[in-house]
Write a protein that binds this ligand. Structure first.
Ligand code: NDP
Length: 282
């Protein structure tokens, strides 16, 4: 299959709805410049229910790869003709890549992006720590396997709809000690690393956490990011967390993993995180 457009530039895009806010073109354009790769990357607003036909048109037209964001990660999972192990576990795909034989490879790079940001950029530890994950939606499902593979002492998943947290705990129980519970059930326990995987922050809200769950030296990470600290980050700082971070580093790290799948080259992420941070606050 012809994989380039008429002027020979490999084409990539991110599909979502909404999509205007996406930082992916900025990130991948920076990666391409840094690594000397010739490619184009754009956003595409896809209508609800229209993912498969839009993706088919993109790949039939010679497109090389896609990132997929809300709400199409399950559609992308169904669209892929070949899946990575971590995509199968996550039940969701955020990266599609056209292969030479015409098949479409699907992967999920969110979790590995988070783990890289936590361990390499922030130098926080996961191994041996007591982890509390807030939320039980697509993002938490995607990060569970990579986190469990770092051998934490315990992972607790707390969610408003408790059944979803318990279901996730059952699905991932073969990879380590995972428990699902309500927010109320957290009372009396302390954790070393809190990860907010709820979408509460997008509406300026905060998951209903009890007091005194922050242990000594506790680090708090919010998957959500923005120009200002999120409500969860502000709460963590007020509870005297040892360190607090947002999900901008994860965003860049998951993009770097996608870029590596597509181009076979790993870009340096730190300068891109710094560039993005400056453009967010600037
Ligand atoms: P989903 O819609 O799949 O799940 C949302 C989760 O948030 C559910 O568990 C829901 O609980 C919970 N929730 C929503 N509002 C509240 C509230 N007010 N109080 C408590 N819990 C609440 O979303 P995703 O999992 O896809 O995304 C979650 C967040 O992660 C988003 O903010 C997204 O932007 C971010 N994200 C960041 C990435 C990055 O690269 N930095 C990558 C992927 C996601 P319930 O089940 O009870 O409704």
């Amino acid at each position: 299959m012809e994989q380039t457009n008429s002027i020979g530039i490999d084409r990539y895009a991110v599909f979502g709805n909404p999509i205007k806010h996406s930082r992916s073109p900025q990130i991948h354009t920076a990666f391409a410049a840094q690594t000397g790769q010739r490619l184009s990357y754009r956003t595409q607003l896809v209508e609800l229910g229209g993912f498969a036909s839009a993706a088919r048109e993109f790949f039939d037209g010679g497109g090389k790869g896609l990132n997929i964001t809300v709400p199409f990660k399950l559609d992308a999972f169904a669209f892929a003709t070949e899946l990575s192990g971590r995509a199968k576990r996550a039940g969701a795909v955020n990266t599609l890549a056209a292969q030479g034989d015409g098949s479409i490879y699907g992967d999920n790079t969110d979790g590995v992006g988070l783990v890289r940001d936590i361990e390499q950029n922030l130098a926080w530890e996961i191994a041996g720590k007591r982890l509390l994950l807030l939320g039980a939606g697509g993002a938490v499902r995607g990060i569970l396997e990579p986190l469990l593979k770092r051998h934490p002492a315990l992972v607790v998943v707390a969610n408003r709809s408790v059944d979803k947290a318990q279901q996730l705990a059952r699905e991932f129980a073969d990879l380590g000690e995972v428990r699902g519970c309500s927010y109320e059930a957290l009372v009396g326990n302390r954790y070393d690393l809190l990860i907010n995987g709820t979408s509460a922050g997008l509406r300026g809200e905060m998951p209903p956490l009890p007091e005194d769950i922050i242990g000594d030296g506790c680090c708090c990470y919010d998957l959500t990011y923005g120009a200002a600290p999120t409500p969860f980050m502000r709460w963590a700082a007020s509870e005297a967390a040892w360190a607090v971070a947002d999900g901008l580093g994860m965003l860049v790290e998951q993009a770097a993993e996608s870029f590596c799948i597509w181009r076979g080259v790993r870009p340096a992420t730190r300068p891109v995180i710094e560039m993005l941070r400056a453009s967010l606050v600037g």
